[in-house]
Design a protein around this ligand. Structure first.
Ligand SMILES: Nc1ncnc2c1ncn2[C@@H]1O[C@H](COP(=O)(O)OP(=O)(O)OP(=O)(O)O)[C@@H](O)[C@H]1O
Ligand SMILES: [Mg+2]
Length: 593
């Protein structure tokens, strides 16, 4: 699989991330302004206290008017600042939700559209899982980290500025004593993050083990192996609680260490201030105000170190998310599409080579080698070959789920690369080897191919394929629930549903990948019969695992290690005494025994 791009720096990654999520940028200027107003309000209180002490209590008298005016000013400033800060937080939160929504949507769409050359279904599944957790870390960051960066840094800068303006000597004392706090917190934080990572990992481990224990219950009971697996679950559970305790212990250390530094810094400021005495020009009010400012300055440090870690995680997540978005998506739409001719279509392959790019090796083995083929319109062709010989792959290439590495495929004389995707999907349909059914009724699984159809249309299609007796034998007919991934139906029945679904599209070319899994005799007859009905008047390429299907076809193609080695009618190939003959003899021997 194409690995996420790691060469970008943090700043570059954030830049690209913001470009990928334009919602983040909208109205950011106003949000920043509001955040600054909010931070400004927190500086007002120390200043008001200083003013009240220095001017409210002058010459041994209380100047109540001055104090009242200052109090009114302080209250209004704090009210305004609170409003501004809440608005900024709200705006940022809303924007980041919008941005994340957009990011999720484009990620899933991208993964969905990725060509099968890059990702088969399981890999896509893993990718979706990974990307989901990456987006989760981004969400956490946006909801809290981004806001903290904004508010804390404005607050710290503003407070530091006011402190320097009041008394630069005291300000420097405060900065120098507080510096170790940042370093210590950073170190502890590093351990804490690691401990929490481990805790999360062991949590996931417990979940995996438990779900295996539950879903594998039948197998475990059959072999009486429950003891062994229960012991394993116990062990990982133990590890899990240990790692959570460890994380908790480190976290408990973090909080008091912040307090200790707070006390130390404030004491240093007070000591130095008192020692310098009134000669330094520092008033009593300024001294008290300064102590408040120092505390305001220290508050964000603890939060900052935490946010820094969160930022690192978020940048890593963003990098991976962007990496996924960078993976090119397969078969591109043609710039100037050509329309396919009406009626049954010919299928031609001209010197087609193909190899999957997804294996991550430098020289991927070719899966199809120099395949040349011309199928006249309306012909019934069967493709046979050993497992892994490339049959399914040939079907995928013909259906343009991926483009050949070399050579070309044409439908009705039009190269596939010039056919619009929408046109192709209505003219060619694939019934895959393992058709996917969605949880729901049979009707729902049929209707998504052609959403406008009525129940009568569905029944008519089922009648055409002579499958009415099968449907009537089901508990609820069309309303029968298929279960998750269609597991309530047998493999053969799933293939039947897929055949009906294909018939609703009414394509001119049909690619059918026969189920490998064994199908009971009755269903097999039904599939064969339905396929015959469905194939009438269409160009059909049936990938045959049962050579009875091949025997009925107009023509048989034999694939061997990606090469087309034999091409002729069933009788011709039997006479020619080659690969097909050997396969057929083996099949007859196996089925008749
Ligand atoms: N998505 C994929 N990514 C990478 N390699 C793949 C992928 N799908 C198939 N292959 C490989 O390509 C080769 C041909 O596979 P293909 O599925 O076309 O064979 P097949 O003839 O359909 O086999 P079967 O009879 O078992 O269905 C095999 O070596 C297989 O491992
Ligand atoms: Mg196959």
């Amino acid at each position: 699989m194409t690995e996420p791009i790691s060469r970008w720096s943090a700043v570059e990654t954030i830049g690209r991330g913001v470009r990928a999520a334009p919602a983040l940028r909208a109205g950011f200027g106003l949000t920043l302004f509001l955040a600054m107003v909010g931070a400004g309000g927190r500086v007002v209180v120390p200043i008001v206290i200083q003013q009240a002490i220095d001017h409210g209590f002058r010459d041994g008298q209380v100047h109540i008017r001055t104090i009242l005016v200052l109090a009114a000013f302080g209250i209004s400033a704090v009210a305004l600042a609170t409003w501004a800060q809440r608005t900024a937080v709200y705006r940022l939160g809303r924007r980041s939700e919008e941005a994340l929504y957009g990011l999720r949507a484009s990620l899933f769409q991208h993964i969905h559209r990725m060509s099968i050359e890059d990702h088969n279904e399981e890999r896509k599944g893993a990718l979706v899982a990974r990307v989901t957790s990456d987006v989760e870390t981004l969400a956490q960051f946006f909801q809290w980290g981004g806001i903290a960066w904004l508010l804390d840094s404005t607050l710290m800068l503003l407070v530091a500025g006011v402190m320097l303006a009041y008394d630069w000597v005291l300000a420097l004392v405060a900065f120098v004593v507080a510096a170790p706090l940042a370093i210590v917190l950073r170190m502890v934080q590093g351990h804490l993050v690691k401990a929490y990572d481990q805790a999360r990992q062991s949590n996931a481990e417990v979940m995996t083990q438990l779900s295996e224990l539950v879903s594998g219950a039948e197998t475990l009971r059959a072999y009486d192996a429950g003891q062994h697996y229960t012991a394993k679950v116990k062990e990982v559970s133990h590890q899990r609680s240990n790692s959570f305790i460890r994380a908790g212990t480190i976290g408990a250390f973090l909080f008091p260490s912040g307090e200790v530094f707070n006390v130390l810094t404030v004491s240093a400021v007070v000591c130095v201030g008192v020692l310098r005495g009134p000669a330094s020009g520092l008033t009593a009010g300024a001294m008290v105000g300064f102590v408040f400012l120092t505390q305001r300055f220290l508050e964000p440090i603890a939060e900052f170190t935490e946010v820094l870690d969160m930022t690192q995680t978020a940048v890593a997540g963003m990098r991976r998310v962007l990496g996924v978005l960078e993976i090119p998506i397969g078969p591109p739409e043609p710039d100037m599409p050509l329309t396919l001719p009406a009626g049954p279509l010919t299928v031609t392959a001209d010197r087609v080579d193909f190899s999957y790019r997804s294996r991550g090796e430098d020289d991927e083995p070719p899966v199809l080698i120099d395949v040349n083929l011309h199928i006249p319109a309306g012909q019934q062709v069967a493709v046979v070959g050993e497992t892994g010989s490339g049959k399914t792959t040939l079907g995928r290439i013909i259906a343009r789920m991926a483009d050949p590495s070399a050579g070309s495929i044409a439908l009705g004389g039009v190269p596939l690369t010039r056919v619009a995707n929408a046109d192709l999907r209505t003219r060619l349909t694939v019934v895959p080897q393992e058709p996917f059914l969605f949880e729901g009724s049979i009707a729902a699984n049929l209707l998504f191919a052609r959403p406008g159809l009525t129940e009568a249309d569905l029944l008519a299609a089922i009648d055409t394929l002579d499958l009415r007796d099968w449907l009537d034998a089901l508990p609820d007919g069309l309303a029968t629930q298929v279960g998750q991934r269609g597991t309530q139906l047998s493999a053969g029945e799933r293939q039947l549903v897929a055949l009906i679904r294909a018939s609703l599209v009414d394509p001119d070319v049909l690619v059918l990948d026969e189920a490998t899994s064994s199908v009971d005799a009755l269903t097999e007859v039904r599939i064969a019969h339905a396929l015959e009905r469905l194939a009438e008047g269409r160009t059909t390429i049936a990938i045959a695992h049962r050579l009875s299907t091949a025997a009925r076809a107009d023509r048989v193609l034999v694939l061997d290690h990606g090469r087309l080695v034999e091409d002729g009618t069933h009788d011709e190939l039997l006479r020619s005494d080659g690969t097909y003959r050997r396969m057929y003899d083996a099949w007859v021997a196996a089925t008749s025994s």
